[in-house]
Design a protein around this ligand. Structure first.
Ligand SMILES: [Ca+2]
Length: 225
């Protein structure tokens, strides 16, 4: 009686002859060779379906210690060698603070990195859309309009403060580079969302205690260098 159970995959649970050997887990450093020459030999960070192949490539290039996570230094490297020219340490720290899963001590995992990559793509689109004079930078009016398009009506006095803070991280020419623009935009977005949680009547005003105020802003401040 011929048996065809199992088909091409067999029906045992062991690793018989001719079957693929199990890949090491967690991924092991390629002793004696550089990671870039050894990709594809078991190092498989698990990305969500539909992740931009460029994001996956950047992750694999950046994860130099093969930990499966991207730390601060590796993220800076990944962003500077990708489609973005430069990212200041301050911006990189803010991105890690905003995207890191608090239970992952080693840095950004594939899922968080993919989310960050997608988010940066959206900021890039906003940057290009509002850089109306094609200077490659965002000036005060362009910043105002960009934030307005996201639903944030920033008063002129606050715009001046934002420009003075992030311009100094940028170039000192009253315009923001992309990394400073992302940092500025994410701070405004993050703090506004926190404030809105306290503004239940949606009036633009909120009453909050001293401790609540500190707890709200300190995580953003300490993410800076
Ligand atoms: Ca511009």
């Amino acid at each position: 009686m011929a048996s065809s159970f199992g088909g091409p995959y067999g029906y045992g649970y062991g690793y018989g002859d001719g079957q693929q050997q199990p890949q090491p887990y967690p991924p092991q450093p390629p002793y004696g060779s550089s990671p870039s020459s050894s990709f594809g030999s078991g190092y498989r960070p698990s990305f969500p379906p539909g992740t931009d192949p460029e994001a996956i490539r950047s992750f694999e290039m950046a994860d130099r210690d093969w930990s499966g996570y991207i730390d601060e230094e590796e993220l800076q490297q990944a962003l500077c060698s990708g489609p973005y020219q430069r990212f200041s340490t301050g911006t990189v720290r803010l991105l890690i603070f905003l995207f890191k899963n608090p239970t992952d001590p080693l840095g950004l995992g594939p899922k968080e990195f993919a989310a960050l990559w997608s988010c940066l793509g959206q900021w890039r689109a906003i940057f290009e859309r509002f850089d109306r004079d094609r200077s490659g930078k965002i000036d005060l009016t362009e910043l105002r309009d960009a934030l307005y398009s996201l639903g944030y009506v920033i008063p002129p006095s606050v715009l001046q403060v934002l420009m003075s803070i992030y311009d100094s991280r940028s170039s000192g020419t009253c315009e923001l580079n992309f990394d400073a623009f992302v940092e500025c935009g994410m701070i405004v977005k993050g703090l506004t969302e926190k404030f809105k949680e306290k503004d239940l009547q949606y009036t633009g005003s909120a009453t909050l205690g001293y401790d609540e105020f500190l707890c709200m802003i300190l995580p953003f401040l300490v993410s800076y260098d």
